[in-house]
Design a protein around this ligand. Structure first.
Ligand SMILES: [Ca+2]
Ligand SMILES: [Ca+2]
Length: 403
């Protein structure tokens, strides 16, 4: 008990001392307010060929502005009007025209701004470019009812399939058929299609008859090796990208038909063989593609592919509706609003590109486009819906240099 009293006394004394001493503390004087300062350093001049990228990386020192948001703006003055060309800290400058450009950079932090300018000389390199992606780099259609045709027009092997696609692309009128889900083509531009700030950049022209829209992937040849490397590809996140019906990392495998097996006709007259071509996917799905009476051959599958071949990608839901009272002879086929080849609007902004985690990426432009069929749909006797690519065009193309 005595011990307890002693402690209590000690505590009271301490409290007393503490309360006394607080009365004697000097009133703290506030630190003098210092305005934020911004210091920008960057090269005074740069030179680059037209349709080539030069990176402008300023050094920025901001003091006395902890927690104050910072924004950046790059602009050029064209014909008396300021055009914004970037809003990131670093600018990837690229121009379709030769000439001398004054590039203005503004850093804003709270109420403080700092401006700096640099000169970029864009040199003519004597090269002529074309508006459309003119070179087929890779082509692999998924099954569809015209696969049998390929053996007559140069596509007897996996390698010679490229000739089929290149011939169709060169014709300007024949579509490149991608088959059902996953079938793809890779095209290359002869110049970097510029990601023009605040504008759509390229257009995917598709044949819209009984089609499935195509998902678009883009690649900027960042390491300048002339190749679309695996880590340079990004997907355009169109109108369906975040929908609950969209399946990411979908994989489907198509199996070689067993031609010795008797056809299994369906109940409807056009269903010649309801078990023509087996498929399975990585979601536990399995089924058959039906051979219809609209095709003169049962070869929906490439002979050179062996026992099976697979495709991966993002699978989209494409609404289709039988409007022939269950006869399956007349169908309404839906589409997507924007961001796909063959959508209602197929003009694309490179700013819509996202990485595998769905995060937006900042590309100065693109050199390659990969298009693949987004859905897996059959519409009665018409069979499988496929994506049909006619061309991919640079929307802001400048054919020749300034005079
Ligand atoms: Ca753009
Ligand atoms: Ca590359």
């Amino acid at each position: 008990m005595k011990k307890y009293i002693n402690y209590t006394l000690l505590l009271s004394t301490l409290l007393f001392i503490c309360s006394c001493s607080s009365d004697d503390d000097p009133i703290p004087t506030p630190e003098p307010q210092t305005n934020p300062t911004i210091e920008v350093t960057m090269g005074s001049s740069f030179a680059v060929d037209r349709y080539n990228v030069i990176k402008i990386e300023p050094t920025i020192n901001i003091a006395n502005a902890e927690g104050v948001p910072v924004s950046y703006q790059w602009s050029i003055n064209e014909n008396g009007t300021d055009s914004i060309i970037g809003k990131e800290k670093t600018l990837a400058f690229i121009s379709p025209r030769n000439g001398a450009y004054t590039v203005d950079f503004t850093v804003t932090c709270g109420n403080i701004t700092q401006k700096k300018a640099t000169q970029v000389t864009v040199k003519t390199n004597g090269k002529t470019f074309t508006k459309q992606a003119g070179k087929v780099i890779d082509y692999l259609p998924a099954p569809f009812d015209l696969y049998w045709l390929f053996q007559y027009i140069g596509g007897e092997s996996r390698e010679t399939l490229l000739n089929v696609a290149q011939t169709n692309l060169d014709s300007g009128s024949e579509a490149i058929e991608l088959g059902t889900f996953g079938g793809y083509v890779v095209l290359q531009f002869d110049h970097t299609v510029i990601n023009t700030y605040g504008k759509r950049d390229f257009f995917v022209n598709c044949n819209n008859t009984n089609k499935s829209p195509a998902i678009i992937q883009v690649a900027y040849d960042a390491n300048k090796n002339g190749i679309a490397d695996e880590d340079e590809w990004y997907e355009i996140a169109g109108s369906e990208h975040h929908k609950s019906t969209t399946i990411k990392d979908y994989e489907i495998t198509y199996y070689e038909p067993d031609y010795s097996k008797d056809p299994v006709p369906g109940k409807l007259a056009w269903q010649v063989n309801t078990e023509l071509l087996k498929w399975s996917d990585n979601k536990g799905g399995v089924g058959y593609i039906t051979q219809t009476d609209r095709t003169s051959s049962d070869s929906y599958y490439p002979a050179w592919a062996g026992k099976s071949f697979s495709f991966t990608g993002t699978k989209l839901y494409l609404p289709t509706k039988d409007v022939s009272d269950g006869e399956g002879t007349k169908w309404n086929v839906g589409t997507y609003d924007w961001g796909y080849g063959g959508a209602k609007d197929s003009t694309i902004d490179i700013d819509w590109a996202v990485n595998k985690d769905g995060d937006k990426v900042n590309l100065p432009g693109i050199d390659f486009v990969r298009l693949y069929t987004s859905s897996f749909n059959e519409i009665g006797p018409e069979g499988l819906l496929t994506a049909k690519i006619l061309s991919v065009e640079d929307l802001n193309f400048v054919a020749s240099d300034k005079n």
